[in-house]
Each structure stands twice: as structure tokens, then as C-alpha cells.
Design a protein. Structure first.
Length: 251
């Protein structure tokens, strides 16, 4: 890789590590009774303490430092004083901005004892992300990513949200390419070494359709079915890829 790619990977690696670290801290405190506002405060302080800035805060008017999407909320849920309760599932989505570069990641958390269906939805969503990451390397098509995710998800009886997608990132929070989580193998742009983008499948237990609530941000499933999401920021290399937002709890 050339020096410019090396530098972009190193800066994204640092930002991604801070974002992943914030979610590792959330994992230590999340439980029934906690408010999503408390999660937001923890993420803001952790990212700030590590010399970075929470990129979602005031982004296009978003009022908080992270997104907290519970149960049938697909994405962009706004943290509030509402308490999490036993049986809830929640996605926490954070982005650290460090030295002008972004690290964007999200993770599902189980609150107390969750239903078997919710557990299966979470596992399928996570596995679809990791299966897509496994095929990444220079020369494959963007459509290969979406096809891999869609195939696994639909084989398990769930549906892929089509209204939101992964995205290029780096010095911009969101930029080209759009990374769809459904599609056809062999279609779309070919991946090149040095590309940095997110893969963030949103998977519903019911229909894939979504709607936006009156706050202008919160996306929910139209049929009120459960939704799950996982997200990593990745960089493409000739041989494969690097995950910039891996949890240290997995070590």
C-alpha cells in the first residue's frame, strides 16, 4: 500500500478503536433500569476522554452523541430518559471523530432475558455482517456484499431493510460508495485497495419496510416487528480487509 493509504488506515484505525472502546464500556453498564440518556452520556465522555469528538452530536441537527435504537426502532433512535426493561434489545451506534478521521460502529445489546426469536434475529444479523466481511478483498463487487447478507438473512426467515445502507467514510462522515445490504453478485463497483467504508445490515423479524417518526430521525419498522443491526468500519487490502472497529472484549 502507498503512504497515503497507510496514513488513512492508521487514522481510521485510531478513530475506530475509540468508537469500539465506547461500546465496550457500554457493555459493562447496560442492564434493565438504565436510561438511553445514561448510555449517551457514557459514550460522549469516553470518546471525549480519548481526545476525540462524537461525530453524531449536532450532525444535521441530531441532538445526541450516539443513536440508541430499541426493539422495533431500526436506526437513529434518540437517547432519552426512557428506562430499558428486561427483554428489550437495543442497538447503540457511535462514531468517533479523531484528527479529522471517523470510526463508525454499532452493536446489539440484550437487556436481561430476551425471547428466542430476538436472540435468533441478533445472531443472524451479526453472522450476516461477518460473512460479508469474510469475502472482502480487492476486485470483488459491491453487489457481492449485499448478496451475501441477503442470502443468509432470508434463509433464516428475516428481511433486509432497503431504506438505509452502509457508506464510505474517512475524512467525511458519509461519502461514496453506498453499500447496499441486498443485491446481486457480480454487480456494482469493484472494490479497490485503500477503500474505507461501513457495512451495517439492518435486519427485521417481519417486513423490511420502515417509516420515520415525527422527530425526523427515528426509523421504525412499519409492522412494529423487531429490528437488529451491527456495523463495522472496514478497509480494503489486496488480500482481504482490516476491521477498524473490532471489540477488545473479543480478544
Amino acid at each position: 500500500m502507498n503512504n497515503k493509504i497507510d496514513e488513512s488506515f492508521e487514522k481510521t484505525r485510531i478513530a475506530g478503536s475509540i468508537a469500539a472502546g465506547a461500546l465496550d464500556e457500554v457493555a459493562k453498564i447496560i442492564k434493565p433500569g438504565i436510561t438511553t440518556e445514561e448510555i449517551d452520556k457514557l459514550c460522549y465522555e469516553y470518546i471525549n476522554d480519548n481526545g476525540a469528538y462524537s461525530a453524531p452530536l449536532f450532525y444535521r441537527g441530531f441532538p445526541k452523541s450516539c443513536c440508541t435504537s430499541t426493539n422495533h426502532v431500526v436506526c437513529h433512535g434518540i437517547p432519552s430518559k426512557k428506562n430499558l426493561k428486561d427483554g428489550d434489545i437495543i442497538n447503540v451506534d457511535v462514531t468517533a471523530l479523531k484528527d479529522g478521521w471517523h470510526g463508525d460502529t454499532s452493536r446489539m445489546f440484550e437487556i436481561g432475558k430476551i425471547s428466542i426469536k430476538a436472540k435468533r434475529l441478533i445472531d443472524t444479523t451479526y453472522n450476516s455482517l461477518m460473512m460479508a466481511i469474510k469475502i472482502l478483498k480487492e476486485g470483488i463487487h459491491l453487489g457481492d456484499i449485499g448478496a451475501t447478507i441477503q442470502e443468509h438473512v432470508e434463509a433464516n426467515g428475516f428481511s433486509v431493510v432497503q431504506d438505509f445502507c452502509g457508506h464510505g467514510t474517512g475524512e467525511s462522515f458519509h461519502c461514496a460508495p453506498n453499500v447496499l445490504h441486498y443485491g446481486k453478485k457480480g454487480t456494482g463497483e469493484k472494490l479497490k485497495s485503500g477503500m474505507i467504508f461501513t457495512i451495517e445490515p439492518m435486519i427485521n423479524s417481519g417486513n423490511y419496510e420502515t417509516k420515520i417518526l415525527n422527530d425526523g430521525w427515528t426509523a421504525v419498522t412499519k409492522d412494529k416487528s423487531l429490528s437488529a443491526q451491527f456495523e463495522h468500519t472496514v478497509g480494503i487490502t489486496k488480500e482481504g480487509c482490516e476491521i477498524f472497529t473490532a471489540s477488545k472484549l473479543d480478544d
